[in-house]
Design a protein around this ligand. Structure first.
Ligand code: AMP
Length: 211
C-alpha cells in the first residue's frame, strides 16, 4: 500500500501517519523529518536546505526528489509506505511516476486556515526525544519541559507566526494544485481533519479501503 497524505502544514499529517504505521506496519516517510535530520547532522544537503526551511519556503525540488528516492529504495519500503509532506509540487509528484512508484491513494486532509494557524503557533517540540506538545490542546505537565525526557521544549523556527503565514502561502500556491492533479487521476479522497484523531483515522481507513 502506497499512500500520500496531502494537506497544509499543521493539519495533522504526521499524527495520522504515525497511527497508520502502528496499524499497517509500513513506514512513514516525512521529507520534513529527513531534512531536519540532514540539518542536524550538518550534511551538505542539510546546509543547503536550512535557509529555505527557516524561511518557510520549499527546499528546491532536485534536492528533495533525490532524498525521497534514496529513502523509498530501502528494504523497509518494499510492502509500501506513507508519504507525509511529499510531494509538495507538481514536479515532485511527476518524479514519483517517472521513478515507477505507483501510488494507490492520496488522502487529502482538510482544515480551515484559522484552525491551522492556531495549531501551528501553539506547537512546542522536544528537540531531544521528538515529543510534540501544544500549549492549549496538549500541554506538558510543567511549562516548557518535556514530560518524557525532561528536555527543554522549543518553538521550531518554522512555527513562528510570520513564517507560518509564509508556509501557508507557499502551500496555496505550490502544493494545493496537487489536489486537482490527483483528482484527475482518480486517486484523491478528501477528509475533514477537524475531528477527533479517532474519527480522522476511521475516515482514513475508509478512504484507503481498509474498513
Ligand atoms: P514539514 O515538517 O513537512 O512541515 O517540513 C518542514 C520544512 O521542510 C518545509 O517548510 C520545507 O521547507 C521543507 N520540506 C519538507 N518536505 C518538503 C518537500 N516535499 N519539498 C520541499 N520542501 C520540503
Amino acid at each position: 500500500m502506497k499512500v500520500i497524505l496531502l494537506g497544509p502544514p499543521g493539519v495533522g499529517k504526521g499524527t495520522a501517519a504515525k497511527r497508520m504505521v502502528q496499524e499497517y506496519g509500513i513506514p512513514q516517510i516525512s521529507t520534513g523529518d529527513l531534512l531536519r535530520e540532514a540539518v542536524k547532522n550538518q550534511t551538505e544537503l542539510g546546509l543547503q536546505a536550512k535557509q529555505y526551511m527557516d524561511a518557510g519556503k520549499l527546499v528546491p525540488d532536485d534536492l528533495v526528489i533525490g532524498l525521497l528516492k534514496e529513502r523509498v529504495a530501502k528494504e523497509d519500503c518494499r510492502k509500501g509506505f506513507i508519504l507525509d509532506g511529499y510531494p509538495r509540487t507538481i514536479p515532485q509528484a511527476q518524479s514519483l511516476g517517472t521513478s515507477g512508484i505507483q501510488i494507490d491513494v492520496v488522502v487529502n486532509l482538510h482544515a480551515d486556515e484559522n484552525v491551522i494557524v492556531e495549531r501551528l503557533s501553539g506547537r512546542r517540540d522536544c528537540p531531544k526525544c521528538g515529543a510534540i506538545y501544544h500549549i492549549k490542546n496538549k500541554p506538558p505537565q510543567h511549562e516548557g519541559v518535556c514530560d518524557a525526557c525532561q528536555g527543554s521544549l522549543i518553538t521550531r523556527e518554522d512555527q513562528k507566526e510570520e513564517v507560518i503565514q509564509n508556509r501557508l502561502q507557499v502551500y496555496r500556491k505550490q502544493t494545493e494544485p496537487l489536489i486537482q492533479y490527483y483528482n484527475q487521476k482518480g486517486l484523491q479522497k478528501t477528509i475533514n481533519a477537524v475531528q477527533s484523531i479517532d474519527k480522522v483515522f476511521s475516515d482514513i481507513r475508509i478512504a484507503i479501503g481498509r474498513k
